[in-house]
Design a protein around this ligand. Structure first.
Ligand SMILES: [Zn+2]
Ligand SMILES: [Zn+2]
Length: 112
């Protein structure tokens, strides 16, 4: 079977010919707005994006999608936003069963 990729990758920058960090504008768990300049946006190494409250109080610094830890998301300079805009579609997957939480919550992220 041949799969054709007809949608352009939304984190591919034609301007720079590079893959860039996805700026996702909402918390994946609670849908809180996390604009580019938010100081509350946290990401894992795969760019799963959550608000600081969810990371601290619900996820206990364990990404429910990959088991990794979170760091504060960098802010993209305003001058770059028109060329390299935030991701347009929303990722909204409220956490129900977190199979990684039990396994990883007591292990520091860099030792998982
Ligand atoms: Zn949240
Ligand atoms: Zn993740």
């Amino acid at each position: 079977m041949v799969l054709l990729l007809i949608e352009p990758l939304d984190n591919f920058s034609p301007a720079k010919n590079i893959l860039m960090l996805q700026i996702r504008l909402t918390c994946e768990n609670c849908d809180k707005a996390l604009p580019n300049d938010s100081s509350e946006a946290m990401i894992c190494s795969y760019e799963c994006t959550y608000c600081q409250d969810c990371v601290q109080d619900i996820l206990l610094n364990v990404c429910p999608n990959c088991g990794g830890g979170f760091e504060k998301r960098p802010t993209r300079p305003y001058a770059d936003l028109s060329r390299n805009p935030p991701r347009k579609d929303k990722v909204f997957k409220p956490v129900k069963i977190n199979k990684y939480l039990k396994k990883n919550k007591d292990i520091p992220p860099r030792e998982r």
